[in-house]
Design a protein around this ligand. Structure first.
Ligand code: HEC
Length: 165
């Protein structure tokens, strides 16, 4: 039956270390293997290889953006913006929505980046990622927010960075 769509008997089972037997020889005892067993084995191995390949691929796709862990992922994942000007409160919304798509917002909030040039670089890096959903308009809002927020929350870090230069 299976033979109609795939010439199984032609599979060089010798390659797999299984001796080629006479077509209709019954499976004998001991180490000898009949043609049916050979087919089952062949499909079993093939099935395993396929399953392994597909799983590896799916895991790789799934892990994109999650595989790396950063120490700053563990910090707080919100910023209290109640005292920020209304414009920056609106930008914060864009930031919280756009920058939590692939990793927690904590990564961006607690990262040791503070200078405008650093944020420009990182936003451009995130924008370059596949399906980032970061259009120029949102990127501008996020950049504006991160610059303002860093000037308050990361004042010391900015001073340290500027001194170190
Ligand atoms: C399309 C998915 C995606 C989006 C959207 C995204 N990121 Fe990322 N981000 C990543 C990945 C993946 C990493 C891991 C490092 C890498 O591969 O570059 C990362 C890492 C980071 C890091 C740590 C980088 C480092 O090397 O220290 C920061 C900071 C960061 N993202 C900030 C942001 C900000 C801010 C936004 C919003 C503008 C954002 N991310 C939006 C995928 C994304």
């Amino acid at each position: 039956m299976v033979r109609f769509w795939f010439p199984l008997s032609r599979i060089p089972t010798g390659l797999f270390g299984l001796e080629k037997k006479k077509e209709h020889a019954p499976a004998a005892a001991g180490r000898e293997v009949g043609p049916m067993t050979r087919r089952i084995l062949f499909f079993w191995v093939l099935g395993c290889c396929l399953a392994l390949g597909v799983t590896t691929l799916l895991v790789a796709v799934e892990k994109e953006g999650k595989e790396k862990e950063f120490p700053w992922d563990k910090g707080p994942d919100t910023i209290d913006v109640s005292q920020y000007p209304p414009e920056q409160q609106a930008n914060y919304k864009a930031f919280a929505r756009k920058c939590s798509k692939c990793h927690t917002l904590a990564r961006a909030i607690n990262a040791p980046y503070a200078l405008p040039a650093e944020w420009e670089t990182y936003i451009r890096m995130m924008q370059a990622k596949k399906r980032s959903g970061l259009d120029a308009e949102s990127a501008k809002k996020v950049l504006s927010f991160l610059k303002y927020d860093s000037s308050l929350r990361k004042k010391d870090l900015i001073e340290k960075k500027l001194k170190g230069k």
